[in-house]
Design a protein around this ligand. Structure first.
Ligand code: B12
Ligand code: SF4
Length: 428
């Protein structure tokens, strides 16, 4: 008989500078939804902050184990599952979802009993309800259904987590992450936000639901600083203004991601009113040729304009750059270096290109001139704790040494202009 405790286990990421930043929101959304809608006990164990031995106390009462999969530490998830299978009850079921499983469901299904691709909440609740009734779904790979109205996703149930164990900071204050929309309308070829690509549109929670959650986190947990994890928070302007209207006067601090062609004075005024003071821009490159190859959809002029304007409005500007996109040369890197010297962001992260599973680059490498992709996914880190990176692909005119050289060249070229984002202890 299937036991009624469902365990959600977060795999640690020891290669990062700090893997205690925050609990895994994707898992927690699923865990909270299952707790609310299925007749089961739910436990979230985060092996970034808890010792593996914690798991032992649940083994006798649990027969459903759930994992999230990320490409770079999938090998560690697999190890934990292998160890658990040896000691878990014999009828135990192992379920996986998340980015890596969505990108490579067939491969991952060798290691798990069920794979849920895409958005997890609805499919996982259905699967668990079936399992506890003693039934079995027909297929191992289950396509996640999308929650049309995101207000129905519910909020994360933070009684599942000990928030004191986490270290994320915004403006030097202990902060918590929130998610107000899902998906992105753009299609940058390197981007691994592929998960939501299978759903038609970007979906937004209502301003009312977002504001209520922020005030709940303020009143019940004392949070005054927040990191908004949306791909592009300001894309729905009407909603942004509604949120800013409701939050003006609270003196909260927010960070969010922004797109260089989605910044203007009205947006910046709304940002300021609600307390957004820190913007992370995916600039990627200062070469129009490379931006076009990436299908980024932005212009170098947008980068100049938006960072200048954002700085005038007192925003701290963080910039993410990619080195070694197929087609990169010393000349295109020099263009990026001179742009960064001109716009002087507050800090920067420089990643080599990594063709993550799920991206067009991984699916169709020859289209991009990629002749070799290293499938050892444990190297798929854009940045390790020591600021080094993984180098995992080659083109006809760029081998691994040259890719590394390109990344180092860019890092050196901008070193005297702005510091590393990873060193900002106030905004982690
Ligand atoms: C916050 C964040 C982080 C945080 C915290 C990550 C965490 N969750 O613990 C930190 C800073 C630690 C981090 C680190 C890294 N990250 Co990160 N991160 C994000 C970000 C911005 C938001 C994640 C999030 O909360 N999303 C919101 C939730 C609701 O969505 P979700 O996680 O996808 O969950 C849904 C489904 O996936 C599914 N699901 C998820 N888990 C499960 C489990 C089960 C059982 C089921 C059924 C379903 C399910 O259901 C969920 C709800 O619908 C995403 C970008 C993005 N748009 O998602 C990148 C992203 C996840 N990160 C990415 C990368 C590359 C990294 C790093 C490798 C970067 C580096 N340093 O080199 C590291 C290492 C990650 C690792 N585990 O190995 C990639 C993922 C690549 C991949 N295929 O694994 C993303 C997509 C960014 C991108 N566009 O490339 N990251
Ligand atoms: S890089 Fe940013 S803008 Fe491009 S597809 Fe990904 S989330 Fe969207």
């Amino acid at each position: 008989m299937i036991n009624k405790t469902v365990l959600f286990i977060k795999t640690p990421v020891p290669m990062l500078k700090d893997d205690r930043l925050e609990p895994d929101m994707g898992m927690l959304y699923c865990a909270s939804y299952v707790k609310k809608h299925c007749n089961v006990d739910v436990v979230y164990v985060d092996l970034s902050v808890d010792d593996k031995s914690v798991l032992m106390k649940y083994l006798d009462n649990c027969s459903i184990y759930c994992f999230s999969s990320f490409t770079a530490n999938y090998h560690l998830t697999k190890q934990i599952v292998e160890e658990l299978r040896k000691v878990a009850l014999s009828d135990s079921v192992f379920i996986v979802g998340g980015h890596h499983a969505t990108a490579l469901p067939n491969e991952v299904s060798n290691d798990f009993d069920y794979v849920i691709t895409g958005e997890g909440e609805l499919a996982e609740a259905e699967l668990i309800s079936l399992l506890i009734e003693g039934k079995k779904p027909e297929t191992k790979i289950i396509k996640g259904k999308c929650i049309e109205n995101l207000d129905d996703a519910g909020w994360i149930d933070y009684t599942l987590v000990d928030l004191d164990k986490y270290t994320r900071k915004v403006k030097g204050q202990k902060s918590i992450s929130i998610l107000t929309s899902r998906g992105c309308p753009y299609r940058c070829e390197f981007c691994n936000s592929t998960l939501m690509r299978e759903y038609k549109t970007v979906r937004f929670r209502s301003a009312k639901d977002v504001v209520s959650e922020i005030l709940y986190l303020y009143h019940n947990y004392n949070y005054t600083s927040f990191r908004i994890q949306d791909d592009i928070f300001s894309i729905n302007r009407k909603r942004l203004t509604e949120i800013a209207n409701s939050l003006e006067g609270y003196n909260f601090s927010f960070r969010c991601f922004a797109r260089v062609d989605n910044i203007d004075e009205e947006i910046l005024l709304d940002f300021k009113r609600m307390g957004i003071f820190h913007l992370s821009f995916g600039v990627e490159s200062g070469s129009q040729k490379i931006l076009n190859l990436m299908n980024k959809g932005t212009k170098v002029e947008d980068i100049r304009h938006s960072i200048k304007l954002a700085k005038e409005y007192g925003m701290k500007c963080r910039v993410y750059l990619i080195a070694g996109y197929p087609g990169e040369t010393i000349e295109t890197l020099d263009e990026t270096i001179s742009l960064i010297k001109e716009v002087k962001p507050d800090d920067v992260s420089v990643y080599p290109l990594i063709p993550y599973p799920g991206t067009p680059l991984f699916a169709n490498p020859s289209k991009y001139g990629i002749v070799n992709i290293d499938k050892d996914f444990s190297k798929y880190y854009q940045i390790y704790g020591d600021k080094q990176s993984g180098y995992v692909f080659e083109t006809n005119d760029m081998d691994l040494d040259k890719l590394k050289f390109f990344r180092d060249y860019l890092v050196k070229g901008i070193a005297d202009v702005c510091p590393w984002a990873i060193d900002d202890e106030e905004n982690r």
